[in-house]
Design a protein around this ligand. Structure first.
Ligand code: URP
Ligand code: ZN
Ligand code: ZN
Ligand code: ZN
Length: 468
């Protein structure tokens, strides 16, 4: 199968050019002016931007995380991501109870994602049980296509929480085998104390989710984790950053040559904590995610940190937690509201609308933080994350002239709400190719369940460059 994409403006993380793209099989085989070949399909991209498929390096499909005993939305719901211009995810693979890191990841690939996922996927391991076997398995992860591991400093009292000794050892063991340690940096002890104080005072509505997780808990934990990484000379990636204090800490660490990186999420760039004060529990509970949403000055600081290269990626932290069942658990006490919000399907459109179209970031920065950098740090570059000869033909043809409003019914995400419902949308993906196959046409999904495949993440990726 040969496809020619004609007359588009191709975006990369450092340039844009008007050129044609020839795709053969799963790969891009030529890029140039006025390409002509005997092809099966021609896509006219006149007036459109053409960029590498979105890579969302922080999602939680079918992940119990802290949601109790019901799973978050299934891999079949990744169909909505294709409609939203994302072709690859790096999903979290928590240790299933009583299972090791590797068995849990294998089970996820074979029994959960296979036959269902519509996007390609890699995995981050995620610690939920600390024991000797877990540390032994860290050494084996690269052989199984995993190049990162996540540790949670938050969520005291849940299996997710790791103590500082464990975090320190994970950083040190991961470095030995070329992994990157991803850290959820919030001070769990202080949150636990503040939550108890809120509840004691009768403050149980969703608004107190943010009150009990003030910026200091994130900023302090970020500084502490970065200090360990500095001492150990280990790479570290701070996930879902939301505070100016945390970005200052990352910038300072970078200045000291610590291999420190960070990401923020679409919601922390587009939404302030005011939504948590809605008197309607159902409205407020949708936005209970951790870290908590912040004030506008922190929102502005996240855009600044992307522009000065302190932060390197924008992710969704997608959690398909439904409102009418799962979120209700916390109706009488915000502490019990399962944390997390969906957003993987809307990330590209919301970042284009609120970032590129509002001149907060350039088109090049958009490509870098939504696709290219995630491919690099996760050891998928240049197979993914770039439009180049030899790369996978994961391609979005994007219509910048489209104007609309986000509606859940237009792109169902598998649960009963969309946190961007009613928001203005500027531009949308018209055509999407996944490894050379057209899976979105006229903005309609034309792919099939199970079309996505597991992509191994190479160890000694970006943060080890020149240091192997
Ligand atoms: O609230 C969130 N973010 N839930 C998902 C788990 C995590 O902390 O990433
Ligand atoms: Zn602790
Ligand atoms: Zn987290
Ligand atoms: Zn997460």
């Amino acid at each position: 199968m040969k496809t020619l994409i004609k007359n588009g403006t191709i975006l990369s993380s450092d340039s844009e050019i008007k050129a044609d793209i020839l795709v053969e099989g799963e790969k891009i085989v030529a890029i140039g002016q006025d390409l002509n070949d005997d092809v099966d399909k021609i896509i006219d991209a006149t007036g459109k931007y053409v960029f590498p498929g979105g890579i969302d390096q922080h999602t939680h499909f079918e992940a119990l995380t802290n949601t109790g005993d019901k799973d978050t939305a299934g891999y079949e719901t990744t169909k909505a991501l294709i409609v939203g211009g994302t072709t690859t995810i790096i999903d979290y693979a928590p240790q299933d109870p009583g299972c090791g890191l590797i068995e849990s990841a294998k089970y996820r690939i074979e029994k959960r994602a296979k036959g269902k996922t519509c996007v390609d996927f890699g995995l981050h391991s995620l610690i939920t049980e600390v024991n000797d076997k877990m540390f032994d398995e860290i050494k084996e992860l690269p052989k199984h296509g995993i190049n990162s591991i996540k540790a949670f400093m938050a969520y005291i009292g849940s299996p997710l929480h790791v103590d500082d000794g464990t975090l320190y050892k994970v950083l040190s063991e991961s470095k030995k085998v070329g992994l990157t340690t991803f850290v959820h940096a919030e001070n769990g002890e202080i949150i636990d104390m503040l939550q108890k104080d809120c509840v004691k005072a009768g403050h149980t509505s969703p608004k107190y989710h943010a009150v009990s997780r003030p910026p200091i808990v994130e900023t302090e934990a970020t500084r502490r984790a970065l200090y360990y990484a500095e001492e150990l000379d280990a790479p570290i990636f701070i996930v879902h950053v939301t505070t100016k204090g945390a970005t200052d800490a990352i910038a300072e660490a970078k200045a000291k040559k610590v291999r420190a990186y960070g990401e923020t999420c679409t919601q922390y760039l587009t939404t302030t904590k005011d939504v948590l004060s809605d008197p309607d529990f159902n409205e407020a509970a949708k936005y209970v995610c951790s870290p908590a949403l912040r004030d506008q000055d922190d929102v502005d600081a996240m855009w600044d940190a992307l522009n000065d290269n302190t932060l390197s990626a924008i992710v969704s932290d997608h959690c398909g937690i439904d409102l009418h069942e799962m979120k209700q658990v916390g109706r009488n006490n915000f502490v019990d509201i399962p944390n997390g919000a969906p957003g993987a399907a809307d990330r590209i459109n919301m970042i284009w609308t609120n970032g590129v179209a509002k001149n907060r970031i350039t088109r090049q920065k958009f490509v870098e933080v939504c696709s290219t950098f995630p491919a690099k740090i996760n050891g998928m570059y240049p197979k993914k994350g770039v439009i180049a000869v030899g790369s996978d033909a994961d391609i979005v043809v994007f219509d910048p002239e489209y104007r609309g409003v986000v509606r859940l019914e237009d792109n169902p995400n598998g649960i009963d709400y969309n946190i961007y419902e009613g928001r203005e949308q500027i531009g949308r993906p018209e055509v999407v190719l996944l490894r050379g196959k057209v899976v979105l046409e006229d903005a309609k999904f034309v792919g099939e369940l199970g079309q996505g495949k597991f992509i191994p993440c190479e160890p000694y990726a970006y943060c080890y460059e020149g240091r192997k």
